[in-house]
Ligand binder design. Structure first.
Ligand code: NAP
Length: 267
């Protein structure tokens, strides 16, 4: 990956997080990373680390090996038309744009340009993203390069494109859902005696530990919960009260509401 030149079109929340993650891997040279946005002064921190910061998307793409599209859905077609003259079949274009299908994008750039969709999350800045990938089978030769890139930046799963909207909700919006759980736990922690700082530390490390228990063992969460719940005990009484108040149900309703907002049935 060291000598590949990676261009990020759209240096906003996710685009900047990807640049931070790439720097963190130390496997891509900072001078081989290029990032664009119109308000470039907002990318000074990346510029100071040796990343190329540009306004001109065409100049940013012309020598790239991998082009990441990280702009809003309503911007992506205009930007693809802008960079299309400098795209070639040795490049790989990877779109992270929610709700815009491979077919829509491929129609704009033509069928000679390798195209992938990736749905990461902002933990990519720490190389802890969950990234879901989909692509047309005609680009299977490029798959290893794309998988290697996202494996450096966290964990990767290849999914059918019809699940991309679901991946957006569960994996990408999921960061916000998990953090709202964290905030609620902290609020409770403060009420039962901790300072905000200590409540945050205890909650964050506990959530990290819970994730690790599942990722390392592959156990169903309830199997780990059984180890914490003594008959007539403290934990089960709290858990049951949370369920009486609609904990699981509200989470599922929230996921479905987000999914419907993307447009159910839209890839
Ligand atoms: N945020 C997430 O967690 C997340 C996760 C998965 C997928 N996504 C997807 O990633 C995309 C970006 O999301 P985001 O949250 O990062 O949005 P964002 O913070 O608004 O970033 C979009 C960036 O695009 C830049 N931009 C606009 N027009 C441009 C142009 N002509 N050339 C170059 N850059 C341009 C904007 O900067 P200027 O206005 O300065 O140009 C802005 O910083 C969306 O399609 C979203 O669905 C986001």
């Amino acid at each position: 990956m060291e000598n590949r030149r990676i261009t990020i079109i759209g240096g906003g929340n996710l685009g900047s997080a990807i640049a931070e993650g790439l720097i963190r891997t130390a496997l891509v040279k900072n001078e081989n990373i290029t990032i664009t946005r119109r308000k470039v002064y907002l990318l000074n921190a990346l510029k100071e680390k040796g990343v190329n910061v540009l306004v001109d998307n065409v100049a940013a793409v012309q020598d790239a090996d991998i082009v990441l599209l990280v702009v809003k859905p309503y911007q992506v077609v205009d930007i693809l038309n802008e960079i299309k003259p400098v795209l070639n079949s040795r490049m790989i274009v990877i779109s992270m744009v929610a709700g815009t299908s491979l077919a829509e994008l491929q129609t704009v750039i033509g069928d000679r340009i390798p195209l992938f969709r990736a749905m990461p999350n902002t933990a990519i800045a720490l190389c802890e993203s969950m990234t879901c990938l989909s692509f047309d089978s005609k680009w299977k030769e490029q798959k290893d390069v794309v998988m290697n890139l996202f494996d450096l930046l966290g964990s990767t799963a290849v999914i059918n494109e019809e699940l991309m909207a679901a991946a957006t909700v569960l994996g990408s919006c999921g960061i916000a859902f998990a953090l709202r759980f964290m905030r609620a736990a902290m609020q409770g922690g403060i009420e039962i005696g901790f300072s905000a700082e200590m409540a945050q530390f205890i909650t964050a490390q506990t959530m990290k530990g819970a994730s690790e228990l599942i990722l390392k063992s592959n156990h169903h969460p309830e199997r780990e919960i059984d180890k914490v719940t003594t008959p007539r005990g403290i934990t089960i009484s709290g858990l049951n009260e949370m369920e009486h108040q609609g904990f699981s149900s509200s989470l599922i309703h929230g996921l479905i509401t987000s999914f419907e907002k993307i447009g159910a049935g839209k890839k």
